[in-house]
Design a protein around this ligand. Sequence first.
Ligand code: ADP
Ligand code: MG
Length: 132
Amino acid sequence: MEQTLLLIKPDATKAKNIGEIISILESKKFRIEEMIMFKFTPELAERFYSEHNSKEFFPDLLMFMTSGKTVAIILTGKNAISRLRHIIGPTDPEMCEPDTIRGKYASSMRRNAVHASDSEEHFLAERRVIFG
Ligand code: ADP
Ligand code: MG
């Protein structure tokens, strides 16, 4: 069993998609280990997305991530990291299969409903930022 981190981003919490997204995770046999709801401060969002701090979309990303509440969930499952990345779909919703989480709930490249860790190294760093 492996652990990974999912964020339900402010666009999806505002659109009342929290329940449906959690249902999808449980239907895919992930176990919820920890879950919190919070609002990113600019400092916390900068730390969470530090790998992107030189990208041109970084200021817009921080504005979006601090615009409302986020739900952070630690999940356990078989091949959790790679399996969850498949279930959420690619960053750009136009590239997403309709049965992926982003295919269902994302509205743009930035407002794409969820985040999922892409490696064990990033999972550990992201968990530290959010859960301490
Ligand atoms: P992913 O979330 O699929 O791992 P990245 O790590 O590349 O994607 O990017 C982090 C987040 O930054 C994305 O989920 C999205 O919200 C935002 N983002 C990425 N690329 C762009 C872009 N070109 N324009 C606007 N926002 C972007
Ligand atoms: Mg990423």
